[in-house]
Design a protein around this ligand. Sequence first.
Ligand SMILES: O=C(O)[C@H](CS(=O)(=O)O)OP(=O)(O)O
Length: 272
Amino acid sequence: MDPFAETTWGSRLMDPSLSRKAKPRTAGLTMIIDKGLGLSAFRDLLELAGDYIDYIKLGFGTASITPLPVLREKLRLAKQYGVYLYPGGTFFEVACAQREITGYFQTLSEIGFDWVEISDGSLELSATERSHAIEMARSFSFQVITEIGKKEKGSVTPIDLLAETFRQDRACGASFVIIEGRESGRSIGIFNASGEIDTNYVHDICSRVEPERIWWECPQSGQQVTILQLLGAEANLGNIPVTEVLSVESLRRGLRSDTFFTFGSTTQEGPV
Ligand SMILES: O=C(O)[C@H](CS(=O)(=O)O)OP(=O)(O)O
């Protein structure tokens, strides 16, 4: 039970209709990256912050080396807390390189996943191959997230190619499109070598696609602040470290100095 919800001010503070929509939501989504949490830590995380987590990505191909009973329990717990669990895009790319896409989707479906990620960060997929993969995932009844961007250091997707890939992914049935930021958030896509954001590029992207369908991979705290200040509290954020969920939610609600006057305070003038 939230102690603040019991108080007059607290009930207003925590009222989702005033600040944050309750789950399941379609905006202000938070995706976190799980790189190998054990079951106790996973359960703890959901117990503490399940209300603020929309998606959990099992990073890389870790789903395949997690003991199956543990994986199944993670899926069960995630569903119990209204969180969508899905394997990272690299796992799909491994299956792709092995020409095992059908087996990949079949296996994930049998285990009980509902969402998959289609990406080509480490390999080349033609536009036709990419569309085919999305459509095949949809034929297995998966909800699809795609990702745009190469994992190579210094890689930036030209805006025309990004917009066209986005348009095509959505036409094939992708629900959301991730802008690649990796776990580092450096020297890739919207980030320079120091992790600073190219805000012009971000605005260009938003002007060319449906911004509400984008997830911005933002592993670093300063990057989360910048994106939320630029795009608003309802921007979708991804690759959030497991220890940062409450911190990101605090940013969204103006409960941290960085966004205090942007989202938190409704009366910014005059004495308290
Ligand atoms: O989980 C993955 O496969 C990778 C990990 S990272 O973001 O490149 O560090 O992410 P994805 O966005 O799914 O390609």
